[in-house]
Every structure is written in structure tokens, then in C-alpha cells.
Design a protein around this ligand. Structure first.
Ligand code: CP3
Length: 354
């Protein structure tokens, strides 16, 4: 499989893309950049195509997925595309009754609280998500030498939505199960890891060049609990993808104390939010990992001079890493001016060109 992927990559020039090279800690002509949530509500053209189409319907239509994934690439000189979808799409595909409510996020009709509900969670087959493979294949054809990043939610974040039933500040029911019912927690997270493996395989086998695991809310747990109750499941996901040879990126928010463990879980690239400077993150992550990040997304609302100075600072600190992919420290905020992002992508390239 690795050989097949490798030869396909060299034919299209993908393997030489600065993004994939930086993920693999190889020399790059300039620092590659993409933005988490580069597609979506900050773009007027996104709001236009989404008009009257519910989020989960958009995520199930290859024409919409392809168009929305490509929209930011028409505006920004970004070095990678990220597949347009949501972390709850594979859960819905295996039959979980859930919706994405505008301004709220994922809402689950019958939150998972007991063993019967965990037992009812089935594995995912490619037939559950034909629109994903179709859209990935279409995108890879359109993108040529620009890599497509596939993604999935991380085990803690998915468990939190399923157990709480929606967005949560304190994750108290989730932690009640993690601390109080370790055997049930193990069954739930094991099943979520398997669904995630099934789902990421669909994306990689259809042609995605890298994957990012978004465990956005895992910063809610300390290192001891991360090691015991989250890392084993994340490791299972990353290990299952090993044979494809695609870079595996791991991101969470508020994970300063977890960065080393997130690397240990098997990521090739550790995503860093804006709270830990990259030259400090270098010391928290074991050698042999690239870093991704980490401009504060709220900084884009400050005057350009401030944005420019901070972006240069991120690049300088990123130079201490074995590989650096420039990104924001979390997703693009909906009110962000797209012109500032366009200027930022150009600045990253110009300021880092060797
Ligand atoms: O980065 C990209 O451009 C790809 C798109 C993407 C979406 N969701 C589209 C989306 C990605 C990578 C995600 C992942 C996701 N979804 C995460 C992990 C990333 C992160 O930001 O931490 C999480 C936690 C979710 C759950 C979720 N889905 C939230 C919190 C929300 C926002 C709710 C709101 O309206 O404030 C969603 C909905 C969602 N996912 C939207 C988009 C574009 C907004 C839906 C809309 O346009 O109405």
C-alpha cells in the first residue's frame, strides 16, 4: 500500500509539496501554511452555497463538499486543503441520532450513559459514507500537487459530545464515566477508536495525503488521566494508519501539559494552540516530531502591523522545531476578515523563503 501511495504521490508532485515535506521533517523552500476552519462561515461564498442547506446535509453531498473545500484555496495561497465535513459525520453514519445546531454545535438526541447504548454503537463500513470516498476522489483530481488533509475527531472529544449530549464546559458526565466506570469507558472509547480508524481509512484509501485527529477538548484532562484513559485509544488509531505512510497530525486546545503525550500517542506532527510558544513546545515533545501552529486566531482582529510582528515571531520560534507547519492555534473565527488571512498566507511564504 505504501508503495502504491508513494508512486502516485511522486507522479503528481504531491510528495514534494512543502506541507508534506515539513510534516516529514524534510527541508522546505518556505514554511507551509494552512488554517484550521479555513472553509466555513468566515467566507461569504460559503454562506451563499450553504443557504437553506443544513450542515449535515452539506456534509453528505459530494458536490458541496468539493466546492466548499476548494473555496479557501481560491482566496489563500495555502499549502493544503482540509476536507469539508464535521467530526460527528461518522457517528451519524453509524446511526447515532444527532444534529448540528447553528450557533450551538453537535446535539445528540439520546446521550450515551449506559452499557446498552455503548453496545449499540456499531463499526463503520465504507458503504456508510460513500459520499466521503467520492468527494475525496473528486478533490484529489482537482487539487493536483496540493495535498488534501483528511480528519476525524479524537476519542475524548467524540465521547464528550456523545455523553454530554452537546457542547460542554466542564465535561462532568464524561469524566464521571472516565473516573467511575472505567470498564464502560474502555468499551466506549475502544469502539470510537475503531469507528475513527474505519473512517480515516476511507479517506486515505480514496487519496487523502495526511490526516489530522482533532481532540479539541482533551485539554480538559490532566497528564495522568490522559495517559491512562485517552492515550491508548489515540495510539490505536495512529497505529492502524501507520502502514499508509501518510503524516498523522494530532491537535487539541489547552494541551500545554499534554503535548509530549500527544506525540507519544503516535503523531508525526503535534498541533500547538497559542498558549505555548513553539520554541517551548519543542522541549515538551520528543525528538522526531514536527510542530503545527500557533498564531492566536483572535490576533487577526488586531491591526496588520501587530499580526505581521506576531506571525514573524511564530516563524522564528518554529525554526527551532525539526519541521514546522504554520497554522492558527485553533480554528478561524467566523468574523475574521478573509483579506487578513490572504495577506497572512503570503507573509508566511515571503518571510520564510530561504
Ligand atoms: O477546517 C475546515 O475548514 C474543515 C471544516 C470543519 C468543520 N468542523 C466544519 C464546521 C472541521 C475540521 C470541523 C471539526 C470540528 N467540529 C471540531 C474540531 C475542530 C475544532 O474547531 O476544535 C469540533 C469540536 C466540531 C464540532 C462542531 N461542529 C462545532 C463546535 C461547531 C460550531 C457550532 C457553531 O455554529 O458555532 C460545528 C459546526 C460546524 N462545523 C460548522 C462548520 C463550518 C458551522 C456550521 C454552519 O456553517 O452552520
Amino acid at each position: 500500500v505504501e508503495d502504491a501511495v508513494g508512486s502516485k504521490d511522486s507522479a503528481s508532485g504531491l510528495a514534494d509539496s512543502p506541507f508534506l515535506r515539513a510534516c516529514r521533517r524534510r527541508p522546505v523552500p518556505y514554511t507551509p501554511v494552512w488554517f484550521m476552519r479555513q472553509a466555513g462561515r468566515s467566507l461569504p461564498e460559503y454562506l451563499r452555497v450553504r443557504e437553506g442547506v443544513p450542515m449535515l446535509e452539506a456534509c453528505a453531498r459530494p458536490d458541496m463538499i468539493i466546492e466548499i473545500t476548494l473555496q479557501p484555496l481560491r482566496r489563500y495561497a495555502v499549502d493544503a486543503a482540509i476536507f469539508f465535513s464535521d467530526i460527528v459525520v461518522p457517528l451519524r453514519a453509524v446511526g447515532v441520532d444527532l444534529d448540528i445546531k447553528p450557533g450551538v454545535g453537535p446535539v445528540v438526541a439520546d446521550p450515551i450513559r449506559g452499557p446498552e447504548q455503548v453496545a449499540a454503537l456499531r463499526r463503520l463500513t465504507p458503504d456508510d459514507v460513500p459520499f466521503v470516498a467520492e468527494a475525496v476522489r473528486g478533490l484529489v483530481g482537482e487539487l493536483g500537487a496540493t495535498p488534501l488533509i483528511g480528519f476525524a475527531g479524537g476519542p475524548f472529544t467524540l465521547a464528550s459530545y456523545l455523553i454530554e449530549g452537546g457542547p460542554s464546559k466542564n465535561h462532568e458526565r464524561t469524566k464521571a464515566m472516565m473516573y467511575g466506570e472505567p470498564e464502560l469507558w474502555d468499551r466506549l472509547l475502544g469502539r470510537l477508536a475503531d469507528i475513527t480508524i474505519d473512517y480515516l481509512k476511507v479517506q486515505v484509501e480514496a487519496g487523502a495525503s495526511a490526516v489530522q485527529l482533532f481532540d479539541s477538548w482533551v485539554g480538559a484532562v490532566g497528564p495522568q488521566d490522559y495517559r491512562a484513559s485517552v492515550l491508548p485509544y489515540t495510539r490505536r488509531v495512529f497505529q492502524a494508519l501507520e502502514r499508509y505512510g501518510v503524516p498523522r497530525i494530532h491537535f487539541g486546545v489547552g494541551t500545554g501539559e499534554l503535548l509530549g503525550l500527544m506525540g507519544e500517542a503516535g503523531a508525526d506532527v503535534v498541533g500547538v494552540d497559542w498558549r505555548v510558544p513553539l520554541d517551548e513546545a519543542v522541549h515538551r515533545v520528543e525528538p522526531g516530531k514536527a510542530l503545527q501552529g500557533n498564531l492566536d486566531p483572535a490576533l487577526l482582529f488586531a491591526p496588520w502591523e501587530v499580526v505581521e510582528a506576531r506571525a514573524r515571531d511564530v516563524l522564528a520560534r518554529g525554526r527551532t522545531a525539526e519541521g514546522h507547519v504554520f497554522n492558527l492555534g485553533h480554528g478561524v473565527l467566523p468574523a475574521t476578515d478573509p483579506d487578513v488571512l490572504a495577506r497572512l498566507a503570503d507573509l508566511v511564504h515571503e518571510a520564510s523563503a530561504s
